[in-house]
Design a protein around this ligand. Structure first.
Ligand code: GAF
Length: 388
């Protein structure tokens, strides 16, 4: 699947610029096993890079201008690298401009280049196509001009580019896109950026994503609002318990004791975060022991928390998880990513995948009049150079 994408990207570059690209970069989307809305709360997350990617082709053009072509969008733009970057109405270009802006802010020296890219990461499905775009684009410039930016710094600069575009995201998406390893999940400590790889062995269960195929429009503002509410919550907690420095030092009792002085929403957000941080450690231990039943149970609990306390689910995602919860062959299911649409991540007993896919698709279409999309993803490597 990716071979065709790579061929197509290279051929398009050659046709557009009349020369062979010098660097080919592959940058993946990500899944997250557990630990949702935890990265910006200094907790732990358990994501992995996937085998859905953006392929970029690059070459220097020895001018001060860069031309970037998005094959799938049938769109392109030129950017004068000597000017200050500004946000535009053409959203995808802003991620690119955001990366260039970061490079300029940090004083890196580079000049014009041509770039063509194409993707098989579904957009708006919670698989972090924007992180793959930022990190792959930056990785390519880093290689082309030998800027010597370290992988973790590529992730951090990608995150800053996303902030510049307007989403105050945590580090999880960019980190997993850059640092992913085949068949491994990454446990990231989002406070220190320490990380460790764990085998992604789900035993008798297949990892399948069900894409609700909806994207509710308030995602950006609601995401930023959740982050603000958590900041308000941790400030209240810290001022009452000076020994606490972040959510990971709290237990539920700390939060419950402050219910009266928190707004109802801030209280619920804090409760979710404290419980979810604990779940990530339990889930990682369960995965290490091959105890997929416990891992799955924790995933269901996460969904419940995201839906009721964090309020980032929607009718479509709840329906998918509620339906799968009644299935003996589904050990775990939950919404994945920022929420308000996009995918659920599901662990389904091998041998039952096709039946469940068919039944759920029919019910989903019947209930919402929307076609369910299904992705069988594999855990792949992080952003890398493609060597033919
Ligand atoms: C989005 C953000 F970009 C991530 O940083 C993370 O907060 C995630 O939502 C929720 O876990 O993907």
């Amino acid at each position: 699947m990716n071979d065709l994408l790579i061929k197509k990207t290279i051929a398009f570059f050659e046709k557009s610029f009349g020369s062979v690209p010098k660097k080919i970069v592959l940058s993946p989307g990500r899944i997250n096993i557990i630990g949702e809305h935890i990265d910006y709360n200094d907790g732990y997350v358990l994501p992995a890079a996937i085998d859905k990617i953006i392929c970029f082709a690059f070459e220097k053009n020895y001018t001060n201008t860069s031309k970037i072509i998005a094959i799938d969008l049938d769109d392109s733009f030129e950017v004068d690298l000597t000017t200050d970057m500004e946000l535009t109405d053409n959203v995808w270009t802003n991620y690119i401009r955001g990366v260039i802006n970061q490079l300029k802010i940090k004083g890196f020296k580079f000049d014009g280049f041509n770039c063509v890219f194409s993707s098989n990461i579904p957009v708006g499905s919670g698989l972090s196509s924007s992180a793959a775009l930022e990190c792959g684009f930056l990785f390519g410039i880093n290689e082309l001009f030998d800027l010597k930016i370290k992988p973790v710094d590529i992730a951090l600069m990608g995150q800053s580019a996303e902030h510049w575009v307007g989403i105050n995201c945590g580090i999880m998406d960019q980190f997993s896109s850059v640092m992913g390893q085949e068949n491994k999940v990454i446990k990231i400590d989002c406070r220190t950026l320490e990380y460790e790889y764990h085998d992604a062995d789900f035993n008798d269960y297949s990892l399948i994503l069900f894409d609700s195929n909806v994207k509710h429009s308030l995602m950006t503002s609601a995401y930023n609002e959740r982050r603000q509410q958590c900041e308000e919550g941790i400030a209240i907690i810290k001022s009452n318990f000076p020994e606490i420095t972040s959510f990971r030092d709290c237990n539920e009792q700390h939060v419950l004791g402050l219910q009266q002085i928190m707004s109802a929403n801030v209280f619920k957000r804090c409760l979710f975060v404290v419980k979810e941080i604990k779940r990530v450690t339990q889930a990682c231990d369960a995965l290490d022991k091959g105890d997929i039943e416990t891992l799955g149970k924790l995933m269901f609990e996460t969904h419940q928390g995201l839906s009721v306390d964090y309020e980032v689910s929607c009718a479509e995602l709840d329906m998918i998880v509620d339906t799968l919860k009644k299935e003996d062959a589904v050990v775990g299911s939950r919404l994945m990513g920022g929420g308000f649409g996009g995918c659920t991540i599901n662990l389904i007993k091998k041998g039952h995948e096709e039946r469940i896919k068919q039944q759920l698709s029919a019910l989903y279409l019947d209930t919402f009049g929307i076609e369910l999309k299904i992705y069988d993803v594999k855990i792949g490597n992080g952003t890398s150079l493609y060597i033919a």
